[in-house]
Design a protein around this ligand. Sequence first.
Ligand code: HEM
Length: 567
Amino acid sequence: MESIGIDTLLVGLISFLLICIVWNSMRRKHNLPPGPTPLPLIGNLLQIQRGQLVNSLLKFSKQYGSVYTLYFGPKPVICLSGYETVKEALIDKAEEFGGRGRLPTLEKVVQMYGITLSNGERWRQIRNFTFRNLRDLGFGKKRFEEKVQEEAQYVVEELKKLKGKPLDVTKLIMDAISNILFAIIFGNRYEYKDETFVRLLGIVQETFYLISSPWGQLHTIFPQIMDYIPGPHQNVTTVSEKLLSFIRERVKISQETLDKASPRHFIDSFLIKMEMEKDNPSSEFNERNLIAAIHNLFVAGTEAVTSTLNHTFLVLLYYPEVQEKLQMEIDRVIGRDRIPIINDRADMPYTDAVMNEVHRFCDLAPFSVPHMVTKDVEFRGYLIPKGTEVYPLLFSVHRDPTKFSTPYKFNPNHFLDENGKFMKNDAMMAFSAGKRICPGESLARMEFFLFLTTILQNFKLTSQTRFTEADIAPKLAGFLNTPIHYELSFIPRNGQTDRQTVMGRHWRNSQTNINSFLQLQCACLVQKEPFGSDIQVAKLKPRLDSKPSGQRLCSAQIVLSGCSAFH
Ligand code: HEM
């Protein structure tokens, strides 16, 4: 018995040594960057401190340099650390570093279709079409601005009803942000309490959670093992199926009612393109890519902006002086009696700086999304073979001491020059850089600006809780940083009238009322009615005169909100 035990132990030991020798000789064959010595099968997993992924990766970069290799299980991953290295890879060698690495949990839902997970010709065709088309439909422009303004007004109205009662504002913001996407993709918005809307939003949220959770993270690192291990990551297909079938249903309705001469929304435009390309064998315009692209937009587009706004409010509760300065700038540039417009941003350097600093400090996607090299590439003296995964460590760029004077502290001065003017900093890479740069950046920035200024114009943010510096620091949950859960109160600001609420209501009904609106504007202008705050008739008149149609609703609101005859 005893001899069997010793034999087994010996065989086990010899096998283990053999595996180590083969494994190490296989590793040495590649001239990969250095890194901590991995163990067979589990790689460097044991060298990463539990719950300290970011700090462990920073420590490795201090030890092995700004390009190093980590083994996630048996798979080598190249980590890029610090501004110069990430820039050199993603921007100077954009083509080579522009491939997408694997995200197995999301793959279960959309396979390799759509934008986020695809590569090569498919990715190029679908990404280019999607964002060119959304731009044509108004992405990041005036038409979208009106939708964003409308949703921001809804949020203000809902918050007013609470009369300062504390709440976790996540759901309200998420409802509003999702509704903007619904309008863009499907052409209609939902009432927040609509059953379909509530259900769909729950699904989008759950899908996002499953992909970015620690289970999703483990699935990314050990796809072969985690595919067979039960856990929440296995639910992603069932959960997402409801969203996918909703999208399929909307595609079907669009097909049945399509008028090729006047596309109504993104789905219509894609269907027209499908028809045009039906005889092209290398065309990627098919229903699978359409459905996956819509799924990608929802999953990427809702949670990111919601989480950014949520984190901003937390930071403002900790730094009331920053909130006060923002409100002073809002009062000076926008005033209290008209809704913010995107062009205000150019006159608001402090707000711009705070927003950029929030993106940097909150560091939503600290490892970006996995990349992959598209061909063998020589990089900083190493040869990285085609297909190797690459993690651009965006958190190391955002905490790079050569680019930010106080990398671990929230400090809007990172984006202001000595005269208080806004100063761009290339090391702000919250949206990543290069070929895979976030295509939703312009919409995200617009939503962030209009929601933040509209809310701060109307409310002072307060909380009973005394938050600490540790509370406001980003918290890693899976692959993404999130703020802590907290509640806050929205106290209506002194001197705020209810004019905006009235205005918001009229605005939504304004398609039918626009003529009477315009008559009122003219009456105001002719009679030189007094205008609220610092809005000048002289400033408004040319804008109103240039386009006296339903398109100029914002100008109509500005005039109406300041016109005493209207009250
Ligand atoms: C604060 C808001 C947002 C942040 C910080 C953010 C950040 C990012 C980052 C870091 C990536 C990975 C880029 C890379 O692989 O290098 C990404 C990809 C992506 N984002 Fe965003 N994003 C935001 C909002 C949005 C919005 C509003 C949309 C769409 C409506 C969107 C759609 C996408 C898509 C489709 C991809 C995949 C692009 C590709 O693989 O080519 N994002 N985003």
